[in-house]
Design a protein around this ligand. Structure first.
Ligand code: GDP
Ligand code: MG
Length: 176
């Protein structure tokens, strides 16, 4: 089977680790300082459930609670990974704002979304519990994971979950 081409946008407040998650997945390394203003798209081929994907990960510069999200983040995007960091209450609020904007544009039934609480390695700085994250995701009826861009397996889970969520939606799940 030829690879399926898919595009996932990573969104959320600045400094939550969007770039770090993508770079950990694509390059299998943790980068400590990556220019926060760069908006890059990283392309990689992955195999999930026996299917090859040519995956484009769109790294956004980040949003805040007032952001108007540019049109190009809605066009030709197959799914979204919404990221907050477990050590930032603000980032948890921003992710709700971003969710509302995406739903306004795309509609709740159609858009594959995964919620990610990043920086779970920062145990002593945590202000958002895993339970809080899970409850938010449940209210949206989307998958939830905590991750650390320092830990490759947790990052791989994020990407595989995002791909599986897209596939489910594309195949018309009726769990809505
Ligand atoms: P972005 O603005 O959302 O793209 O965030 P970056 O990926 O640039 O990360 C912002 C800062 O947080 C950088 O210093 C990263 O090294 C750091 N960082 C990102 N992810 C993690 C993580 O999972 N754990 C820890 N401890 N630091 C992280
Ligand atoms: Mg970045």
């Amino acid at each position: 089977m030829p690879p399926k081409e898919r595009k996932i946008a990573f969104m959320g407040f600045r400094s939550v680790g969007k770039s770090s998650l993508i770079i950990q997945f694509v390059e299998k390394q943790f980068v400590d300082s990556y220019d926060p203003t760069i908006e890059n798209t990283f392309t990689t081929q992955v195999r999930v459930n026996g299917q090859d994907y040519l995956l484009h990960s769109v790294d956004t510069a980040g949003q805040d609670e007032y952001s108007v999200i540019p049109q190009n983040y809605f066009i030709n995007i197959n799914g979204y990974v919404l990221v907050y960091s477990v050590n930032s209450q603000k980032s948890f609020e921003v992710v709700k704002h971003v969710y509302d904007k995406i739903i306004d544009m795309k509609g709740r039934m159609t858009v594959p979304i995964v919620l990610v609480g990043n920086k779970k390695d920062l145990r002593f700085e945590r202000v958002i519990s895993e339970e809080e994250g899970r409850r938010l995701a449940e209210s949206w009826k989307v998958p939830f994971l905590e991750a650390s861009a320092k830990e490759h397996p947790s990052v791989k889970d994020v990407f595989e979950t995002a791909i599986n969520t897209m596939t489910l939606k594309e195949n018309g799940d009726s769990n809505e």
